[in-house]
Design a protein around this ligand. Structure first.
Ligand code: 0O2
Length: 242
């Protein structure tokens, strides 16, 4: 196990048992908490910075959605969800990648502490929105992963953009990294249910194979659904503009 940064240790809540058994001599528990608070201040700031990055990017997509709704009388975005990865999930990922657990290492090695999920109506909207987003001169593309053209072996489909976005704080400008996942409703439906199903532990090899086969079938079906929906949209759109 990699060395644990004391700041990261303080991220974990102090259990009641520890509070109860805290020695009466030396510093009081409240003083201890004050010290711990000072220690975790940089961690809190880091999480706030990632939260701000989520807000910046969410606003950019909301602006694009609003503009398209005026121009084409249709919203390309169904919904947007944002999240900052939980400390537990960050620690698990750092451990799995055998990385040192420090703030610097997290910021350097994890692309998805800030995550923005944009659920689109039609598949073509994904690429159109991604292009318009990446055209913006304060957005830097770090990596693009097109799991729609090349689905993952699990059947997972989405377009991932790892980007850097500036946030403007009282300390000045900071460049923050974030992962934007763009997907259709069908892709999101598949990913959500797949996530739930895979959570079920202790499956036999046979059950695992059945699960994988079933999920692959569903992934193919949702891809087909997206294709048909896009064709219907294109036909209707074509008819309207005639
Ligand atoms: P969560 O809870 O969504 O945050 P890298 O980050 O490049 O080192 P990684 O993490 O494998 O490598 O990146 P990848 O696979 O490009 O994308 C990671 C994220 O995509 C995952 O985040 C999921 O959100 C989503 N994802 C990727 N593959 C699958 C899949 O097979 N099924 C589902 N449901 N989602 C997937 P996290 O951190 O795993 O989880």
């Amino acid at each position: 196990m990699s060395e644990l940064d004391p700041q990261i240790m303080h991220l974990m809540r102090v259990p009641q048992g520890v509070r109860d058994s805290f020695p009466s001599g030396g510093i009081s528990f409240d003083t201890f908490l004050d010290l711990a608070d000072a220690e975790i201040e940089p961690v809190r700031r880091m999480f706030a910075d990632y939260q701000c990055a989520c807000m910046e990017i969410e606003t950019k997509f909301k602006v694009l959605n609003e503009r398209f709704s005026v121009k084409y009388d249709a919203n390309p975005i169904e919904s947007i969800r944002t999240r900052v990865k939980s400390p537990e999930s960050i620690i698990r990922k750092m451990h799995a990648k055998n990385l040192p657990l420090s703030i610097e290492s997290m910021q350097k090695n994890l692309d998805d502490i800030a995550g923005i999920r944009v659920i689109c109506s039609f598949q073509n909207d994904i690429y159109m929105l991604a292009d318009k987003f990446l055209e913006q001169d304060d957005i830097t593309l770090i990596k693009k992963k097109d799991y729609i053209t090349n689905p993952k072996p699990s059947g997972y489909r989405s377009l991932h953009l790892i980007v850097e976005v500036p946030i403007f704080t009282e300390e000045g400008k900071k460049m923050m990294r974030a992962e934007v996942q763009l997907r259709t409703i069908a892709m999101d439906f598949w990913a959500s249910l797949e996530h739930k199903l895979r959570y079920k532990k202790q499956l036999t090899d046979e059950q695992l194979k059945e699960l994988s086969d079933g999920l692959t079938k569903c992934s193919v079906a949702t891809a087909e659904l997206d294709k048909t929906m896009q064709e219907v949209y294109d036909k209707v759109h074509g008819l309207q503009s005639q």
